[in-house]
Design a protein around this ligand. Structure first.
Ligand code: PNS
Length: 159
């Protein structure tokens, strides 16, 4: 069975993430969406809230599972027998950072882990959770960027 993990902060999930989840779920038997349990980064939404929003958004995909992880991604992968990471690439600005993480993960995992990059669909190329949070914090409607119920959660959070 082919399995891959799509890790991220997902604070909150955007249409860009959903696009990558949908496309990777067609490529692998199982896709595990790994929410980084990053209390040190002071996320807007708790790990449980981010997982819950992802579960709601991906419920139509039978082979997608939502989990959270702390510590190193490659340790979670080793413990759970996963050897492929999926990441989305939006623009050239993502490339350097993503290349660095992919190469170091490969090195530290002693070449047992690979990263597969999917180029984000062009309509979401500019989209990021931080941009969504920024607009939402000023009371701007972000329903072009995130599912309606996520936009509502953001509105409530910043009210
Ligand atoms: O959505 P993000 O914040 O760009 O996702 C980054 C993520 C979660 C993929 C990355 O920070 C990560 O894997 N963190 C877990 C800790 C880890 O494994 N660090 C080593 C590589 S930086």
């Amino acid at each position: 069975m082919s399995r891959a993990i799509y890790p991220g902060s997902f604070d909150p999930v955007t249409f860009g993430h959903i696009d990558i989840i949908k496309r990777s779920s067609a490529m692998f038997d199982e896709v595990i969406v790994g929410v980084l349990n990053n209390s040190a980064k002071n996320p807007l939404f708790s790990t449980e809230e981010r997982m819950e929003m992802l579960m709601e958004t991906t419920k139509e995909f039978d082979n997608v599972k939502i989990i959270s992880f702390g510590g190193l991604l490659i340790d979670y992968m080793k413990d759970n027998d996963i050897s492929v990471i999926v990441r989305g690439l939006r623009a050239v600005t993502d490339f350097e950072y993503e290349l660095q993480i992919a190469q170091s993960n490969r090195k530290v995992s002693k070449e047992t882990i690979d990263t597969v990059f999917l180029t984000t669909s062009i309509e979401y190329a500019y989209l990021s959770s931080s941009i969504v949070r920024e607009y939402a914090s000023y009371g701007t409607d972000v329903s072009d960027f995130v599912p309606a119920f996520v936009a509502q959660r953001l509105e409530n959070r910043f009210r």
